[in-house]
Design a protein around this ligand. Structure first.
Ligand SMILES: [Zn+2]
Length: 372
């Protein structure tokens, strides 16, 4: 049974969540939704207001009788920072308590190198962003770093970083330069976390990240299934063609070799936007390349569907362009599906290129809210 102190925190947390999810609510509605008494609610509201976590501004439209104040969360009471590092780019974002991007989010060319200069410059870029946007450092809960690596999140340790060339103890390089709490994450897990954060979806989903490497994440109600060795959902190395094309891992026939975004962008000097523009123009080579890509993607997706029987979000670089060809993909998947004639379970992602950065900042927000 919960102690008195625990019970008080549970009540406070329920009240805060109720306000958070509503976007604006009256005292009476909180009482109705939480089942708590008005005196308990008043006491907690005063506590939350004292900590600058909520405001009571404006009034609801009068329906006769006394008008009720609108209680809202102060969304800039704290921030999470996310940095997404890839081989050639970096994206830095600051997110508020709602998960919205306050500033940053621009993908910038900045090739990764394991050098002092790289880490120093990155720390400088972050401080510059905070300075330019007047972000109060005291409100920064932490900095999450997303990378295309297998990360032991319990120890902040890279257990496999071949793609990026990242050292196992890369965490120390960041932690020694950033005056905030630092954590490192796998990029697909971060991307999936961001995609599901605001979704109404209550069921488990699979996030399929189609970037220059292919990754994935199983997310069930804001929890990521990590596996026994933090290698869950590494579907980039799922074999789909026996003795097929070589993968960077040294094996052959991996999904990476058929569904990497590079297979498309390499046709237009690394520019994926240009690739899809050429597809729209009807360029035969690009159209053919996309058709072949969708064939293999359909095989990958149907395998996931058969294994997990859950919704699948297509994210990463290619996912950002999927809204225009998701129907073509669904047709292919339906042909491979022994059970269903509708492939509506496959959805394009919401974010463009910033999902992994946003998702790296969100765990701090989640923790902060749980501890209110
Ligand atoms: Zn592989």
């Amino acid at each position: 049974m919960a102690s008195k102190i625990e019970l008080r925190q549970i009540n406070r947390n329920n009240i805060y969540r109720c306000i958070y999810e509503s976007g604006g609510i009256s005292r009476q509605e909180i009482a109705l939704k939480t089942g708590l008494s008005i005196p308990t609610i008043i006491q907690n509201l005063s506590d939350l207001e004292g900590r600058n976590l909520i405001t009571a501004d404006g009034v609801f439209q009068s329906t006769g009788g006394r008008r009720a104040r609108v209680i809202r969360c102060v969304l800039d009471a704290a921030y999470g920072i996310g940095i997404d590092i890839t081989q050639n780019h970096v994206t830095i974002v600051v997110v508020d308590l709602s998960g919205d991007i306050v500033c940053g989010g621009v993908r910038e060319k900045f090739p990764y190198q394991d050098t002092e200069h790289y880490y120093d410059t990155l720390a400088f870029k972050l401080e510059q962003l905070l300075e330019r946007n007047g972000i109060d450092r005291k409100k920064v809960l932490g900095v999450g770093i997303s990378m295309p690596c297998i990360v032991d999140t319990a120890r902040n340790y890279v257990t496999y970083g071949r793609l990026l060339g990242a050292p196992a103890d890369i965490y120390k390089r960041f932690a020694s330069r950033l005056p905030y709490r630092v954590e490192i994450f796998n990029d697909a897990n971060s991307g999936g976390f961001a995609e599901t954060w605001k979704s109404e979806q209550e069921n488990m989903v699979f996030y399929l990240m189609l970037s220059n490497s292919v990754g994935g994440a199983i997310i069930d109600r804001d929890e990521i299934y990590l596996g026994d060795n933090f290698r869950s959902s590494e579907i980039g190395h799922l074999k789909i063609v026996p003795d097929g094309a070589p993968c960077y891992c040294g094996q052959k026939g991996c999904v990476n070799a058929y569904c990497s975004a590079q297979l498309l962008s390499d046709r237009t000097d690394g520019n994926l936007e240009q690739f899809f523009a050429k597809v729209d123009e009807g360029d035969p080579e690009c159209v053919q390349a996309l058709d072949t890509y969708l064939d293999y993607l359909a095989v990958t997706v149907i395998n996931l569907r058969m294994m997990l029987d859950c919704g699948i979000i297509l994210g990463g670089y290619v996912g950002a362009y999927m809204d225009r060809c998701v129907e073509k993909l669904r047709e292919r998947i339906t042909k491979l599906n022994p059970y269903e004639t509708d492939s509506g379970f496959v959805q394009p992602c919401h974010y463009k290129t910033e999902a992994s950065a946003v998702g790296a900042g969100l765990p701090f927000i989640k923790k902060f809210m749980m501890e209110i």
